[in-house]
Design a protein around this ligand. Structure first.
Ligand SMILES: Nc1ncnc2c1ncn2[C@@H]1O[C@H](COP(=O)(O)OP(=O)(O)OP(=O)(O)O)[C@@H](O)[C@H]1O
Ligand SMILES: Nc1nc2c(c(=O)[nH]1)N=C(CO)CN2
Length: 164
């Protein structure tokens, strides 16, 4: 397969683990995509809109022959299939799938920006991403450097989750 892609997953509506697993399973079942690695799962304090339950977050590495836009369509159809509703911005969701990186491509379309524009300020993305690839650079800066730039309280909001 042509491209390596990192996809972030988040869920804060029960059954959270099942939503994560089902999303990974559905993506992996596509002919044009293989999941090749998965990070540990973290339980994380909600960021942005804080009056909601804690999230489970993780990142997966996949290889794919899909184009970035085809991949976005697939991730959005998985969100839809798993009952994602868009009402509150940054609010509760059964599953959220964000395309973090698509090979080494930079993409600026109305409906798709890669690398994901908010990823470098989110501990709940950077911590599992570093687990998958500690050497990864995002637009020339290492994932470790972005983590060092975060406030300690943001890092403390991200805890390893014991699978139930
Ligand atoms: N890299 C990307 N991955 C996923 N969606 C993206 C990306 N870049 C732009 N988008 C667009 O963002 C729109 C809003 O996505 P979504 O509703 O998942 O946002 P959100 O999860 O509330 O916030 P955030 O994007 O900060 O995680 C989508 O309709 C999609 O077209
Ligand atoms: N901890 C955490 N907070 C969030 C998350 C998320 O996945 N995890 N997603 C958001 C919208 O994309 C807003 N806030």
């Amino acid at each position: 397969m042509q491209f390596k892609v990192y996809i972030a997953l988040g869920s804060n509506i029960e059954p959270r683990e099942q939503y994560l697993n089902k999303a990974i399973e559905t993506l992996d079942s596509l002919n044009e995509l293989n999941i090749i690695d998965t990070s540990p799962v973290y339980q994380t304090k909600p960021v942005g809109y804080t009056k909601q339950g804690q999230f489970l977050n993780m990142v997966v590495l996949a290889e794919t022959d899909l184009s970035p836009e085809q991949l976005l369509k697939k991730t959005q159809s998985v969100e839809k299939e798993l009952g994602r509703e868009r009402d509150i911005r940054f609010g509760p969701r059964t599953i959220d799938l964000d395309i973090l990186m698509f090979g080494d491509q930079t993409i600026q379309l109305d409906h798709l920006t890669v690398p994901h524009p908010r990823m470098v300020e989110r501990a709940f993305v950077l911590v599992p991403l570093k687990d998958l690839n500690p050497q990864l650079h995002i637009e020339g800066t290492s994932v470790q450097t972005y983590i060092e730039r975060l406030d300690q309280t943001e890092i403390e909001g991200v805890e390893l989750y014991k699978k139930g």
